[in-house]
Design a protein around this ligand. Structure first.
Ligand code: ADP
Ligand code: MG
Length: 271
């Protein structure tokens, strides 16, 4: 996948603000996993969304195997790519149908079933087996409500089951607790082997999944290299990584505190 001179600005952006994506050149080799790192607002999510054309570039080109994504039919493009974004959307449908949404329709029933379970295991989403009617349980707006972390794991399972040539993951583990995150990271490593992947990483453990990292700053790539290389050569990279670890500790403190308060409220209600 190659990004050449990519620019993007949102339609409603006032004239004086620079492009959100301000001239990005990147090459992701076949089978390579590249992480996108950068502070909030640096353009990571926007850049990811340009690949499956959730938005169209306003300058430059994105090609996959030499073909401009704008020259592919949306159907071809969407079967070539799979996305899992941070705020996962699930459909009012069964777990099974949600996960197998992008799976190859030519699969036999047995093959689909095997794929479903592989994807659920990889994404540590086997909690679905314990739902009222297991993987046939209806979820989404009209079904069982799930936590953010559970939705995120199902979205990840869906993107894995699609077996795409290009996988786009926007901080897919952000809502998981540390232990679950470790499990998923380990399993994801196997799946990512051989899949061309662009992954927005917020945590160092996710960054460690990547062959190379691109540091995004104000819509521009300011450094590319392995995590170790960037740690050694880029003061800015070291700062961003440290800053994110700090942010994460704060989030965890808030999570723990919220959990304790909720627990106390439940206990008091029970009295
Ligand atoms: N739908 C939108 N409309 C207008 N501006 C947006 C929209 N989404 C994001 N932006 C702006 O684009 C910039 C980059 O955002 P984003 O790609 O979400 O960054 P990141 O994922 O790195 O936090 C930010 O300044 C953000 O406010
Ligand atoms: Mg983002």
């Amino acid at each position: 996948m190659r990004l050449e001179g990519v620019h993007f600005r949102y339609e409603d952006a006032p004239d004086h603000v620079p492009d959100v994506i301000d001239g990005v050149d990147l090459e992701i080799r076949p089978g390579e996993t590249m992480a996108l790192v950068g502070v909030t607002g640096s353009g990571k999510s926007t850049l990811l969304q340009l690949v499956p054309r959730l938005y169209d570039v306003t300058g430059g080109t994105i090609t996959i195997d030499g073909v401009d994504v704008r020259e592919m039919s949306l159907m071809d493009l969407r079967s070539l790519t799979a996305v899992a974004f941070e705020d996962a959307t699930l459909f009012s449908d069964s777990v099974r149908d949600n996960v197998l949404l992008g799976a190859d329709p030519a699969l036999s029933e047995e093959e689909s079933e095997a794929l479903l379970h592989l994807a659920l295991r990889t994404a540590d989403a086997t909690f679905t087996y314990d739902l009222p009617v297991g993987v046939d349980t209806r979820i989404g707006e009209e079904g069982m409500s799930l936590s953010g972390g559970q939705r995120q794991r199902l979205a990840l399972a869906r993107s894995i089951a699609a077996k795409p040539a290009v996988l786009l993951l926007d901080d897919p583990l952000s809502a998981l607790d540390t232990k679950t995150e470790e499990i998923v990271t380990e399993r994801l490593r196997e799946v990512l082997e051989g899949t061309t992947t662009l992954i927005v990483a917020h945590r160092t453990s996710t960054v460690a999944l990547a062959d190379r990292v691109a540091l995004l700053e104000g819509g521009r790539v300011v450094a590319v290299g392995t995590h170790a290389e960037l740690m050694e050569t880029s003061a800015r990279y070291r700062w961003v990584i440290a800053h994110q670890a700090e942010e994460r500790r704060r989030d965890q403190d808030i999570e723990t505190l919220t959990g304790e308060l909720e627990l106390r409220a439940i206990q008091e209600e029970g009295r």
